[in-house]
Structure formats: C-alpha cells, structure tokens
Write a protein that binds this ligand. Structure first.
Ligand code: G3D
Ligand code: MG
Length: 281
C-alpha cells in the first residue's frame, strides 16, 4: 500500500550577498546540477522540492518552497515583503570574500529577523572547492553561527560547494529536519493545551478540538478536511450538536486512519486523549 504520508509545507529562504552562490545552491539541491552559465535572478523565485524525512520511525513528507532573492543590498522593502511566511533560512557566504560573511551579520540577518522574528538558520561557507583562495574558513563561520544561538540546531554550519555538490543536500536537509522537529514540538504543546480541561466548556468544543488536533497531525485542514467530512457523515454527526456516542465513533474511525501512517504508540495516545476529553462531559 502506498499509504498515507503526512505532508507539511515549509517556506525557506536563501540570503546573502550577490554572487555568493544562492541560485547555484538551489539548482544543485533541486536538480543536482551545476551550471557555469550565470543568470541574474530578478526579484525572487520560488522553487519547490519534495523532501522525505524519517522522524521517530514515521516517514514524513515535506514540501519545501525555496525562496531565492535578488542578492543585492538596498532592496530591503520589497525583499522584506517576501519574508512573510518564511520559517527557516540558509545564510550564504562565499569563502573567497570575507565581506560576504560580514554582511550576513550587518545586513541580511537583521533585515530578516526584523520581519520574521527568531527562526532556524543554517550558515553556509560556499565555494569550498576554491579553498586555496579562501579569505575565511569554518572557524569564522562557526563563531558567527554561535552568536545566533539558541537556534537549537545540531549542526549550524556547512562548508558547501554548489560546483562539486559537497554538503549541499546535507545543509538543506538539516534545515528541513529542524523545521520538522519544530512542527512536532508545536503539536506536543497543542496536546498539552487541550489536555487542560479548563479550556473546554462543552461537548461541541471537544468536537472542535478533536477535529483540529486530527487536522494538525494530518498536515493541515486542506488534507484532512475531506476525510473528516466523510467520517462525520458516516457516523451521522451534526457538527453543531454532536453526541458523545457519535464522537466516540468518530474518534475510533480517526484512529483507524492514523494507524496507516503513524506508530502504534502515537495512535493510541491520540485515541486516549480524545476519549478522555469526551468523557469530561
Ligand atoms: P547568487 O545567486 O548568490 O547571486 P550564483 O550567486 O549562484 O548566481 O553564483 C554566482 C557565481 O558564483 C556564478 O559564477 C556561479 O557559477 C559561481 N558559483 C556558485 N557557487 C559556486 C561554487 O560552489 N564554487 C564555484 N567555484 N563557483 C560557484 P559566474 O562566473 O557565472 O558569475
Ligand atoms: Mg541568484
């Protein structure tokens, strides 16, 4: 069976001075190619890439939307607009030009976080195939990255080359996995929140929470909506006036679905906490 895999969508952005290698890194990651023909990126361009991540024994599907912007300073306003919804960043420096490292600190990071707030960042020292012309190395890159903790990243820096492909996949994956772990943390917080029964005052609110919880774990309302609608119909539940019996049936139906793509432990935890909420009323 192909199985149902949860999908989450994440927007990430590459920032750094012009010619640091942003566009080449995206091209290498997405198509595994390096082109020596340089095309100026006008405005921002979004590239989509599917990433599969194994997290705690569950296969996850992430759609990465990769924003590549015009790498010139001074376009702050229009660039800032495109930061909306950005959840992670790759900060690209070119090891043959020390100035590209400095401007991460002086320009790119401040202009990013002023819009997005703190977010996971990975620091790249690109053009590592040109080590013999380097003006700085991994040590300086790490020093800068450490200044931006707590990003809680295991590996915040990568020496990359879009020419040879060195570490390109690893750097993108590190960011993707970090974002996936953060999504997981948000879920746990949400569970904590709904377990606090003082937040829930009626059986209808219980139904709301169960539907929201399922959607969240299923990668959003877009994916979960049609499935929920079908099962609500099947148990004959009126969403504005649910009965306990109907809700219990719905919870069991949702557990059957989750069994197909979640570890048994998680399925049982979800079922238990949902039944617990129903039984408060
Ligand atoms: P940008 O999008 O950050 O502005 P680009 O940068 O990806 O357009 O790359 C700028 C130039 O650097 C290009 O060269 C590109 O081929 C080169 N480049 C990018 N990454 C690497 C790398 O890892 N190693 C080497 N040696 N060169 C790289 P041109 O000459 O076409 O301008
Ligand atoms: Mg570019």
């Amino acid at each position: 069976m192909v199985g149902m895999i949860e999908t989450v969508k994440k927007n990430i952005i590459l920032l750094g001075d012009g010619a640091a290698g942003k566009t080449s890194l995206v091209r290498r990651f997405v198509t595994d190619q390096f082109s020596d023909k340089y095309m100026t990126t006008l405005g921002s361009k979004v590239t989509k890439k599917d990433v599969y991540i194994n997290l705690q024994g569950t296969q996850r599907h992430m759609v990465l939307l990769i924003w590549d912007i015009l790498g010139q300073k001074g376009y702050q306003y229009s660039q800032a607009l495109s930061f909306g919804g950005i959840e992670g960043a790759l900060l690209v420096s070119d090891i043959t030009r020390k100035s590209t490292l400095d401007s991460l600190k002086d320009y790119w990071i401040p202009s990013l976080v002023s819009v997005t707030g703190a977010l996971p960042m990975i620091f790249l020292g690109n053009k590592n195939d040109l080590r013999d012309q380097a003006e700085f190395g991994e040590k300086e890159l790490k020093e800068m990255a450490h200044g931006y903790e707590p990003c809680e990243l295991r590996n915040q820096t990568y020496m990359t080359s879009s020419k040879t492909g060195e570490n390109v996949e690893a750097a993108f994956r590190e960011l993707a996995e970090t974002l996936m772990r953060n999504t997981e943390k948000a879920r746990l917080n949400y569970t904590q929140y709904i377990m606090d029964k003082s937040e829930i005052n009626s059986i209808k609110e219980v139904a709301d929470h169960i539907l929201a919880d399922f959607s969240l774990q299923f990668g959003g309302a877009e994916n979960a909506g049609p499935i929920l609608e079908r099962h609500i119909r099947e148990v004959g539940m009126n969403i504005n006036d649910p009965t306990k019996k109907e809700l219990v049936e719905l919870v069991n139906a949702l557990a059957n679905i989750e069994e197909k793509f979640k570890p048994e432990k998680v399925v049982n935890l979800n079922r238990t906490k949902r039944l617990y909420l129903i039984n408060l009323f």
